[in-house]
Design a protein around this ligand. Structure first.
Ligand SMILES: Cc1ncc(COP(=O)(O)O)c(C=O)c1O
Length: 392
């Protein structure tokens, strides 16, 4: 299978140049199978789910619920009841902060995060801390070895891998330490999900979140895995239709898992598209090639005089963040955009990490399964144009 032919969006020119898409860590492109699955639902069996007793509704419900089975297998959860569909990683973390946090955390309890977290795994905990008097603790950048957990340490919420640098947190080690202190653990797998085989039982985490749009699926979709014993005790995050058992004006009882956490009409076409994306991830194309192209990107970037790579470690995701001399990242990205090359530049939703690195911003080139060595060559040629413009 020619992988690029699955991504029609690549068949275009930008500013008169062949499009080179190197922004997959922000959102990956969507293969035909995903958009076709969504189209089929919208055009051929569009109906609301769980409620109707007519053919289309039953078909839509079956399609939606079969994605839960796929997600359960994708994450190796113990049961489908542990799979909650969300609008993405951000909503998943907010759900846990709101529901788990307000139920189980007390004033003085510590929530631990790492230094390289995305804002969406910082701000919900800060808000929770302000509200109930918890304390946010940050693991220093590059920390290895023992963490200073105490009896007050109640939750560890960490990214599997950094969206800004592509490097991994030592998740397995930190989870083991957290578990020794009876802490709950949330893993933000937004960046890991497209590249790493995830297994929540092996990880021994209590919550894990990811976004559909970073695994070649639709925007506005995502999954929260939660340990069933915890989800059972947690109050609903949002309330309304579909999450109830009985409603009367005096009192409402809630539906069982997972419906308790899926109030209202969900993103049905999106979830069906997410199922196609999970299937795509498991399709037999040559994923190993991406590693080679990522290594090639590093080698070619390092040929450029004045380049400074960040997060250059042997084992990492295909994400390369860099500075070029003292040229501002926004200038770099605008100039190379004129050459058809799409990268991201800025604080990458990790302002605290930028501060620790002592930089205002970075340029980030991130790869997906559709990238080729020619794409990397185009990036390098475009970066030499930047040097020409700035005469450096
Ligand atoms: C590590 C990480 N966490 C969380 C998020 C937020 O994901 P979303 O915007 O899909 O909710 C991102 C998105 O870039 C991310 O890379």
């Amino acid at each position: 299978m020619d992988i690029r032919s699955q991504f029609p969006v690549l068949n275009q020119q930008v500013h008169g140049k062949r499009l080179v898409y190197l922004d997959s860590a922000a959102t990956s492109l969507k293969p035909l199978s995903v958009t076709e699955a969504e189209r089929q639902y919208e055009q051929e069996y569009c109906a609301n789910i769980h409620r109707g007793v007519h053919a289309l509704s039953e078909k839509a419900t079956l399609a939606y619920e079969s994605v839960r089975t796929q997600a359960q297998q994708f994450l190796n959860t113990r049961s489908e009841r542990e799979i909650i569909f969300t609008s993405g990683t951000t909503q998943g973390i907010n759900l846990v902060a709101y529901s788990y946090g307000r139920k189980f955390l007390k004033p003085g309890d510590e929530i631990w995060i790492s230094s390289l977290e995305h804002h969406s795994n910082i701000v919900p905990w800060q808000v929770l801390c302000q509200e109930i008097g918890c304390i946010l603790k940050v693991i220093p950048l590059g920390h290895t070895g023992d963490l200073k957990f105490s009896k007050k340490s109640k939750l560890l919420a960490i990214a599997y891998a950094s969206n800004a640098l592509g490097i991994f947190n030592p998740v397995q080690d930190w989870i083991a330490q957290a578990k020794a202190h009876h802490m709950a653990v949330l893993i933000d797998a937004a960046q890991a999900a497209p590249h790493i085989q995830l297994d929540v039982q092996k990880l021994d985490c209590d919550f894990l979140v990811f976004s559909g749009h970073k695994i070649y699926g639709p925007t506005g979709t995502g999954v929260l895995y939660g340990r069933e014993t915890l989800l059972e005790q947690m109050p609903p995050y949002q309330t309304g239709g579909d999450m109830i058992e009985h409603v009367n004006f005096e009192k409402t009882t809630y539906a069982k898992l997972p419906a308790k956490f899926e109030a209202g009409t969900p993103n049905i076409s999106g979830v069906i598209g997410l199922g196609a994306a999970i299937e795509f991830l498991f399709s037999p194309f040559e994923k190993g090639g991406l590693r080679g192209i990522s290594d090639y990107a590093k080698q070619r970037l390092l040929e450029i005089p004045g380049i400074q790579l960040f997060g250059d470690v042997p084992e990492k995701l295909p994400i390369w963040s860099f500075l070029l001399g003292d040229i501002h990242p926004h200038d770099i990205s605008s100039i190379i955009d004129q050459e058809g090359v799409a990268v991201r530049a800025g604080h990458l939703c990790t302002q605290p990490l930028m501060k620790l690195l002592g930089v205002p911003a970075l340029v980030r080139a991130s790869l997906g399964v559709y990238n080729t060595r020619e794409d990397i060559d185009a990036l390098i040629t475009a970066l030499y144009k930047v040097k020409q413009v700035f005469r450096c």
